[in-house]
Ligand binder design. Structure first.
Ligand code: ADP
Ligand code: SF4
Ligand code: MG
Length: 315
């Protein structure tokens, strides 16, 4: 990772909202992503963690240009891609989805699945074959897989093919959106190790999305913690894991299994959230925060931490 040069990807004040119909006259908005800023440097793996509905996939879709932001900036290699995703960047940023059963075309053999992006980009037949075989090797599948269909593969093998498809064009950035969540625990670790190897050996930069801070901590250089579409805390993995600053990060870490060496019991279980609070002007975490005070009825500001920032009045 090289944080001295300009970032590969720069996100500034990114916001995506969806209308909620209250009545015919009254329109309110739900903020799926709210004022999110972060940088991604070449060669790093950045973990984006938060529970279901915190806006992780929305951020991924915004970066890929699949949906448009309402405001904010997405800059890739100094080029502003917020308004229009340039066609020539299609091969520079790719995605791996959670469930390879649905992301891989069931009618295509593995060879065709891996060859398709190369055909679209005009590679010759010989080069395509060479690159497909090279890619299979990179994702640790042997040549015999080229003639198989996705349903003839295990979940872990299918995810290897999906990862292969995402790297076949040599992208600079891969967004891996919960790539291990549909897999058995034993297979999860293999996929995590594969991503680590691709990062180390090919220098591919990853945004690794997961609801599981344990998985994210295992492979990321830095961690960004999201809650309700907002960044609660970010920093280097060691700092965030060993010295979490935000109450939400502490709760996420506290929910690690008891046998984990990092287990700690600082906070009680997360109380049920009161969801009727879209007009609330204070901290987004207020209704679930075990240490809130009156000052939290106003919005906090981001504050510097040892290696990043935190969004909390009490830090
Ligand atoms: N097209 C949409 N219309 C309305 N709400 C949406 C849409 N897409 C996502 N959302 C909402 O935005 C929030 C964030 O979604 P998502 O980014 O998928 O979260 P995550 O990936 O962290 O689980 C969720 O509450 C989801 O219901
Ligand atoms: S600002 Fe207040 S409510 Fe929000 S996380 Fe910090 S202590 Fe909790
Ligand atoms: Mg998601």
């Amino acid at each position: 990772m090289d944080s001295s040069s300009s970032p590969l990807l720069r996100i500034r004040k990114l916001t995506k909202k969806y209308p909620i119909k209250k009545s015919f006259f009254k329109k309110e908005f739900f903020y799926a992503v709210s004022d999110v800023s972060f940088d991604i440097y070449r060669g790093e793996i950045v973990g984006l963690v938060g529970e279901s509905g915190s806006g992780k996939s929305t951020i991924g879709r915004l970066i890929l240009g699949l949906i448009k932001p309402d405001s904010g900036q997405i800059v890739f290699e100094n080029q502003d891609i917020s308004e229009k995703f340039p066609k020539n960047l299609r091969k520079e940023i790719s995605i791996v989805f959670q469930d390879p059963r649905t992301s891989l075309n069931p009618r295509f053999k593995i060879f065709d699945i891996l060859a398709e992006p190369l055909i679209v980009n005009g590679y010759s037949k010989d080069v395509i074959r060479e690159k497909v075989l090279e890619t299979l090797k990179l994702v640790e599948l042997d040549e015999s897989f080229i003639d198989r269909y996705p349903h003839e593969l295990s979940g872990g093998q299918r995810q290897r093919v999906a990862i292969g498809r995402s790297i076949v064009l040599n992208p600079k950035l891969i967004i891996a959106d919960e790539p291990t969540s549909a897999l058995d625990v034993s297979i999860q670790l293999q996929i995590v190790n594969l991503i680590k190897n691709l990062n180390r050996e090919k220098g591919v930069t990853f945004i690794f999305i997961s609801h599981d801070i344990n998985v994210v901590a295992n492979l990321s250089n830095r961690i960004i913690v999201l809650y309700k579409g907002k960044v609660m805390e970010y920093g280097e993995t060691d700092c965030v894991i060993n010295n979490p600053q935000h109450p939400y990060t502490k709760i996420l870490l506290d929910s690690l299994p008891p046998e984990s060496p990092r287990h700690r019991k600082i906070f009680p279980d997360i109380p049920e959230e009161d969801f009727n609070n879209s007009n609330f002007e204070g901290c987004e975490f207020y209704f679930r925060c075990p240490v809130k005070t009156d000052v939290c009825k106003t919005k906090p500001q981001m504050k510097k931490t040892q290696s990043g920032e935190v969004y909390c009045h009490l830090v």
